[in-house]
Design a protein around this ligand. Structure first.
Ligand code: FES
Length: 158
């Protein structure tokens, strides 16, 4: 009997042990790959879409910007009539980006965006969202932080 088990140079017990070891290594490898894949995928959550109002007379001057820290939005006035709103939520993992001379910089993992929010460096997978703006009665604009429009989405306010 012992000779039969050793016919190919390994006993049945050795083969079962070897098979189990490879099986466990395979399961561990799949688990690690799954964890790595999950880590690599952006998990940005913009939360509940929120809208906020800004009186037209409070908008920045032409060529200027105004940052709404609590809403994580920068409002840019392109011309006398055109304004835009850009989200300050990093498209990597959701940190708030800072406005810097060259554009926007994320303090968390170093993503860099140009002044239009287009990614120029770091792990961010896409452009900062440009947000929808509507004119509402009472001389105000409504900015919707739950929208995501292409860059250079300006809206007429007058
Ligand atoms: S959250 Fe990671 S680079 Fe901004």
């Amino acid at each position: 009997m012992a000779n039969k088990e050793k016919k190919d140079g390994r006993s049945r017990r050795e083969l079962i042990t070897l098979g189990s070891a490879f099986g466990l290594m395979g399961i561990a490898g799949l688990g690690s790959a799954g964890a790595l894949f999950k880590y690599m995928m952006p998990v940005v959550s913009y939360g509940t879409p929120q809208k906020f109002l800004v009186p037209v007379e409070d908008l920045p001057d032409v060529g200027d910007e105004m940052i709404f820290d609590d809403m994580k939005v920068v409002v840019r006035r392109q011309t006398d009539k055109e304004v835009a709103a850009i989200s300050l939520v990093c498209t990597h993992l959701g940190c708030t980006v800072n406005r810097v001379e060259t554009g926007f910089l994320c303090p968390c993992h170093g993503s860099q965006y140009d002044s239009d929010g287009i990614v120029v460096g770091g792990p961010a997978p896409k452009t900062l969202p440009w947000l929808d703006i509507k004119i509402v009665p009472g001389g105000q604009i409504e900015i919707d932080t739950g929208t995501s429009l292409p860059e250079n989405s300006f809206f007429e306010v007058a």
